[in-house]
Ligand binder design. Structure first.
Ligand SMILES: Nc1ncnc2c1ncn2[C@@H]1O[C@H](COP(=O)(O)OP(=O)(O)OP(=O)(O)O)[C@@H](O)[C@H]1O
Ligand SMILES: [Mg+2]
Length: 474
């Protein structure tokens, strides 16, 4: 059977409380009983001393009947049994019985002790009365001469009756303490265990993949810390799950995209070949046109495959970039020359603005060239005729930052995060028409990351786009 932690905790509290209350009860009763008994002895003793004083004259050789009379009236007033015994043990007066009917008392423990030490007490059954009594005896003397012993007695049943009142009071106190302790321990167990229960519930939800709920425990103790860890763990798990899902999506998209990108040119190529087969091959004018279209598509296929290969190569061997020292500025100048024709065709103007003069960098020259080519190619492609492209070079924090800025069509805010994904194109039709497959920025990003650099983008629709690339010097 599964038992809740609250009951375990509660059981421990109850056991502790019970043990404590019973121990307290036991010792308190013991102590109270002793106190009570000694108080009774003390009372009897004082009374006996007083009676001794009162009877002193008679004990000097007075009339025994006077002693008996006085003893009776004093006992009546005090409500206790009084016995007066002479030094030889003979009973001179007794409030309960006639003295001559009583045997010699010199052998009674309390009497022997009183004669010797001045005070004695004992508890035993009374031979005269037949039930348990508490006896207290004191010596009466005059200038050291023993005159006799005054003895007080009290039925033990009376003592016990009073003791019972004490026991009952103590027991009542214990019961009250027990109830209070139980109530407190119940609420304490609850308050201790409710955070544990809450965390258990949330951990269960986590296990089922529900990350929506958080533990709301603000305790400043270990439980609070545990709650914090649980929440952090939930956040991390959630992030990891989302990332996994995203990766999965990217992968599926990727496969679909690759197939699509390869299939389109292949379908077209097949179509043209079939047309050629159906006689068009004899139509010299059109045949040449078809063949050159087939060639274009074949080039395109081969470009896509090259891009895919370099992407997967980058992914597989991030560390295998071959670094050499070269000047970034002169690399850019060379690339710009290569774009001369494309720029002229769209009447676009490219400016290069180095701020400073030392742009030496240790990196993989071919790959960095690929980054520039991709960025400048995009700027040219996605900027209208007569547009402006600006490249800036700055040294910063021991690295080099370069920017490629255009005043072209821009990228909508919601697409900004995704343009680095493989095959992602903002306007698919337009980009494909321009010969793009959506791999350029993915490749650029991988290259920059492999160099432990950073790439980021700022863009406004219809205003233009600016790419920032930071590369460490070595
Ligand atoms: N300078 C830019 N201005 C506006 N849009 C841009 C710019 N650069 C990239 N884009 C958008 O980002 C998309 C992804 O760019 P990327 O370079 O990865 O692919 P592509 O240019 O379409 O194809 P590829 O570079 O593989 O030939 C582009 O299709 C385009 O929509
Ligand atoms: Mg591109």
């Amino acid at each position: 059977m599964r038992r809740s932690i609250i009951w375990k905790f509660f059981a421990v509290c109850i056991s502790l409380t019970l043990v404590t209350v019973f121990a307290l009860n036991f010792f308190a009763s013991l102590k109270l009983r002793r106190d009570f008994e000694s108080k009774i002895s003390e009372r009897l003793r004082t009374n006996a001393i007083l009676v001794g004083h009162i009877l002193r004259e008679q004990l000097h050789g007075g009339e025994p009947s006077v002693i008996q009379e006085k003893v009776k009236s004093l006992a009546d007033e005090l409500g206790l049994r009084i016995t007066v015994i002479d030094p030889k043990g003979m009973v001179l007066g007794d409030s309960e019985t006639e003295p001559w009917e009583m045997e010699n008392h010199s052998d009674r423990t309390e009497v022997i002790k009183a004669m010797k030490d001045g005070f004695g007490q004992s508890t035993r059954p009374s031979e005269t009365l037949g039930y348990n009594m508490k006896y207290v005896a004191v010596r009466v003397s005059d200038n050291g001469n023993l005159l006799g012993v005054v003895r007080f007695a009290m039925p033990l049943s009376e003592v016990q009756l009073e003791m019972q009142v004490i026991y009952r009071t103590v027991l009542f106190g214990a019961a009250v303490a027990l109830v209070i302790a139980l109530t407190i321990s119940y609420f304490l167990s609850k308050s201790m265990t409710s955070p544990i229960r809450e965390m258990k519930e949330i951990a269960q939800r986590l296990a089922e993949g529900d990350f929506s709920r958080k533990v709301r425990i603000k305790n400043k103790d270990e439980l609070g810390e545990l709650a914090k860890f649980l929440n952090t763990m939930a956040d991390e798990l959630q992030a990891k799950m989302e990332n996994l899902k995203r990766l999965d999506r990217v992968r599926t998209d990727f496969v679909a995209n690759v197939s699509h990108e390869l299939k389109t040119p292949l379908t077209l190529i097949k179509g043209y070949i079939e047309t050629l087969e159906d006689k068009a091959i004899n139509d010299t004018k059109n045949a040449g046109k078809f063949i050159s279209i087939i060639k274009d598509h074949t080039d395109r296929l081969s470009n896509i495959i090259d891009d895919l290969l370099s992407l997967s190569e980058l992914e597989l061997s991030k560390d295998s970039i071959e670094k050499s020292e070269f000047d970034l500025k002169s690399l850019i100048d060379d690339i710009a020359l290569g774009f001369g024709h494309a720029l002229a065709a769209k009447q676009q103007k490219l400016t290069i603005e180095p701020q400073g003069d030392n742009f030496k960098i240790k990196a993989d020259r071919d790959k960095i060239e690929q980054v520039f080519v991709n960025l400048i190619d995009n700027a040219v492609k996605y900027t209208n005729d007569g547009g402006r492209i600006e490249i800036c070079l700055v040294q910063q924090n021991g690295g080099i930052v370069f920017t490629v800025e255009d005043n072209g069509i821009g990228i909508p805010r919601e697409d900004l995060d995704r343009v680095f994904e493989r095959f992602y194109r903002v306007d698919k039709a337009r980009s494909r028409q321009l010969g793009g497959t959506g791999l350029g920025l993915g490749i650029a990003k991988h290259i920059v990351l492999a160099h432990k650099g950073e790439i980021r983008i700022e863009s406004d629709v219809n205003r233009g786009t600016k790419f920032f690339v930071t590369l460490p010097k070595a």
